[in-house]
Ligand binder design. Structure first.
Ligand code: NDP
Length: 446
């Protein structure tokens, strides 16, 4: 970073957010790519827009007590970070994973501001979650946790204020329990959560949206560079919501997806992963990915989730978690001939890995653009709730596709305008920031 004003600002961010490396990593990347903007637009500096942009508007941390099936009490910690509502109500998912702490939620909320801006829809950015581990819990334990979590969260959210959604560990089951508890406490039926079940206000195609959107974005990026999915070998990490539907759409677009993973290891199927089998195992039966071999004995299972990047591929779609591709993994991908990395997970590549992509001419689709299809479709769910009607699967899917096309175009154009042709990471940060920054300028010192 060369701009002195940004160097000083980053120092203050580091001091104020000690012990939160993921947040500092996300802010550093964004400020580095906004350097051309700060030089062209001094009014943002004069109005303190950047200082306000890196500081959440509100952060809530709360106790979440719940009883397990044996009557034993457990206490988890709940979070909601309402980062920025300059262009619309706060919006962002709820992550339930033992690794959750304020640095993770803050980095996700910060990224969400830019991502939501890119969708073209009026949504601010937020994120929430808890260090609760849903793995191995019974349905009734999950329900008691979700009810306790919402008993505090409900006073901070609402359909015109803050609209949470799913993320790691929060799927349709958890959203259902949280929605039920909100309705009971607030005595109103409104669309204050997205990712809801179809029978009570959910949108068709929301389940598929992040994975499908990732593939639509990636296809645009590939096409712009004279390539496509057809006939290519694809490596996907993770086996949750994003990974499964990325597998489905990439396969439909003519690619062969040869891997899926979880936090223990990965499966390799040289014939291409069987979507119906993987979906049943993970989404319906909540089993581990290695159980795939019971139905496909010709496939292989390997311990160690990071080793998934040693599998040779043309295109890599990381869909598990942050910092899952480090420098070493990125070098292996490059050596094996991978020519595109497009991110389904949030911040799955370390800064060193991203450098490797650029050094090797690998096309890089950054998370905040490539995985924005989930929140975009959540925005469409909010529209349907407000209109009190439901669109067909095909209608939502067509809108999603158009949104992903326009997100790619915004990234591409912003990168070109600022002399960074082909750097879609810079393009995403610049295009996402400019919309929010202009709104903050016009709204004054708030
Ligand atoms: P799920 O909970 O459905 O699945 C998460 C998957 O990632 C699981 O296979 C899980 O394996 C694996 N995983 C989680 N943590 C780790 C870890 N520390 N190391 C290795 N593997 C891990 O989550 P989603 O599919 O919804 O989310 C995946 C990513 O996509 C996240 O980064 C999320 O923020 C991002 N995202 C999700 C959106 C959505 O709409 N759902 C929207 C935009 C982004 P295991 O079961 O072993 O934990």
């Amino acid at each position: 970073m060369k701009n002195q004003y940004f160097i000083d600002l980053l120092e203050r961010v580091k001091k104020r957010n000690q012990g939160e490396p993921e947040f500092i990593q996300a802010v550093t990347e964004v400020l580095e790519t906004l350097e051309p903007v700060v030089e062209r637009r001094p009014e943002f500096v004069e109005a303190g827009v950047f200082e306000r942009f890196v500081e959440p508007e509100r952060q809530v941390i709360f106790r979440v007590p719940w009883l397990d099936d044996n009557g034993k009490l457990h206490v988890n910690r709940g979070f909601r970070v309402q980062f920025n509502n300059a262009i619309g109500p706060y919006k962002g998912g709820i992550r339930l994973h033992p690794s959750v702490y304020s640095g993770i939620i803050k980095f996700l909320g910060f990224e969400q501001v830019l991502k939501n801006s890119l969708t073209t829809l009026p949504m601010g950015g937020a994120k929430g979650g808890s260090d609760f581990d849903p793995k191995g819990k019974s349905d009734t334990e999950i329900m008691r946790f979700c009810q306790s979590f919402m008993t505090e969260l409900y006073r901070h959210i609402g359909s015109d204020c803050d609209v949470p959604a799913g993320d790691i560990g929060t799927g349709a089951r958890e959203i259902g329990y949280m929605f039920g508890q909100y309705k009971r406490l607030a005595n109103e039926f409104t669309g204050m959560l997205t990712g809801k079940g179809i029978t009570y206000g959910g949108s068709l195609a929301r389940t598929e949206a992040t994975g499908y959107g990732l593939c639509y974005f990636t296809e645009e990026m590939l096409n712009a560079n004279g390539k496509d999915f057809a006939g290519k070998t694809v490596v996907i990490s993770g086996s949750g919501n994003v990974a499964l539907y990325a597998l489905k759409k990439a396969t439909e677009l003519g690619a062969k997806v040869v891997t899926l993973s979880d936090s223990n290891g990965y499966i390799y199927d040289k014939n291409g992963i069987d979507f119906d089998c993987a979906r049943k195992l993970k989404e319906v039966e909540r089993r581990r990915i290695k159980d795939y071999l019971e139905f496909h004995p010709e496939a292989e299972y390997h311990e160690g989730s990071r080793n998934v990047w040693t599998v040779a591929c043309d295109i890599a779609l990381p869909c598990a978690t942050q910092n899952e591709i480090d420098e070493e993994s990125a070098k292996i991908l490059a050596k094996n001939g991978c020519f595109a990395v497009s991110e389904g997970a949030n911040m799955p590549s370390t800064p060193e890995a991203i450098n490797v992509y650029f050094e090797n001419g690998i096309l890089y689709g950054p998370a905040k653009a490539a995985n924005a299809g989930g929140v975009a479709t959540s925005g469409l769910e909010m529209s349907q709730n407000s209109l009190r009607l439901s669109w067909t699967f095909e209608e939502v899917d067509a809108r999603l596709r158009d949104i992903m096309k326009s997100i790619f175009a915004s990234c591409d154009e912003a990168a070109k305008e600022y002399g960074l042709d082909g750097n879609y990471m810079a393009g995403a940060n610049i295009a996402g920031f400019l919309k929010v920054g202009e709104a903050m300028l016009e709204q004054g010192c708030v």
